[in-house]
Design a protein around this ligand. Structure first.
Ligand code: 8YV
Length: 324
């Protein structure tokens, strides 16, 4: 029994997944599900063989320094910008993630935000709950039509494509995109998608822009004040990717000054802190990082993470190894 792999989960995972893991490993869970401090992360790295981590764990070079016993960071999530990959590599730690299984759930949230901000759904609900609805009127709470408009997608990976499919086939939207990798001609034809090598030209010609690129050194504040100014005044900006791709202060200012029609955000620069300027505005819909938050998806993410842990246990190639 003593040679069972020791796994520490920094957050609670869906019950079925924890049960599956406990059948094959010695698992320690975080009973009250609090986010781990750097000291707790460090202690876990020194005492376990595998750390099941999430976006709330800041695994930087200081935490991943010498003396780690952990040899696998099994990330519960696809994005891994919270892990210093160079430091992990230097400490001989493998990293795995959970791609694919959260594509649909995240694309659904992107469309939720797009529809909510275009049709002022948050504002309407707040008005009604405040007891301030005096009844229907021909001119109250008028939003923007979504069907037939142009959607600009930044980052045409799995989630970008899934969002484009929903927008094109569900809402008859015209799809334009900016991405490192261009789709195959046949994929472009199916979606009716037009590639823009230049981000400025994509921004300038979109009614809605949805971000689906990863957070990397190159995409930090990709949407800064200058780029935000390239969006038409009628445009709405949607972000389900990572908060630091947008300069949040510049976005709050553009929205407050009416230089941008609205925004729908699921992710933030300093989660769980949200820029106070955004909290005051009616033309922004704010969700608390719910992109992958369906029961089915979170369970699938957990099972995907466990598949990687089991492969590690048996010395096999990780199905979802992340490399730099
Ligand atoms: C996850 C996400 O739930 O997978 C991702 O990259 O952004 C989320 O949907 C979160 O990151 C958990 O680690």
């Amino acid at each position: 029994m003593t040679d069972r792999l020791k796994v520490i989960l920094t957050r609670r995972w869906p019950a079925a997944v924890e049960t599956r893991l406990a059948a094959v490993c010695d698992v320690r869970v975080n009973d009250d599900d609090h986010p781990f401090s750097s000291a707790e992360l460090r202690q876990a790295l020194e005492t376990a063989d595998v750390l099941g981590c999430t976006v709330t764990d800041r695994l930087d070079a200081a935490v991943l320094g010498a003396g780690c016993r952990v040899k696998l960071l099994a990330n519960f999530g696809v994005g891994f910008n919270h892990i210093d990959m160079k430091a992990a590599q230097a400490a001989d730690i493998q990293v795995s993630n959970t791609p694919g299984v959260l594509t649909d759930a995240t694309a659904d949230i992107a469309m939720t935000l797009l529809l909510m901000c275009a049709r002022r759904a948050g504002e309407g609900e707040r008005l009604l709950r405040a007891g301030a609805w005096s009844g229907w009127s021909p001119t109250s709470l008028l939003g923007t039509q979504v069907s037939g408009k142009t959607l600009g997608i930044v980052g045409m990976g799995r989630i970008g494509v899934a969002t484009a499919r929903r927008a094109a086939f569900g809402f008859n939207m015209k799809i334009r995109y900016h991405s490192r990798r261009r789709l195959e001609p046949v994929e472009e034809a199916v979606l009716g998608a037009e590639w823009h090598g230049d981000l400025v030209s994509l921004l300038a010609s979109s009614d809605f822009v949805s971000l689906h690129c990863p957070s990397t050194a190159e995409t930090q504040h990709l949407l800064d004040a200058k780029m935000l100014a390239c969006l038409p005044q009628r445009a709405f900006l949607i972000n389900t990717a990572r908060g630091d791709i947008i300069d949040e202060a510049a976005l709050a200012e553009a929205l407050a000054n009416g230089r941008l029609a609205g925004a729908g955000l699921d992710v933030y620069e300093r989660e769980p802190v949200v820029h106070p300027g955004l909290l005051e505005l009616d033309n922004v819909v704010l969700l608390p990082h719910q992109g992958s938050g369906s029961r089915e998806t979170r369970e699938a993410m957990g099972h995907c993470a466990v598949d990687n842990i089991e492969a590690f246990m048996t010395g096999q190639e990780l199905p979802n190894r992340v490399s730099t």
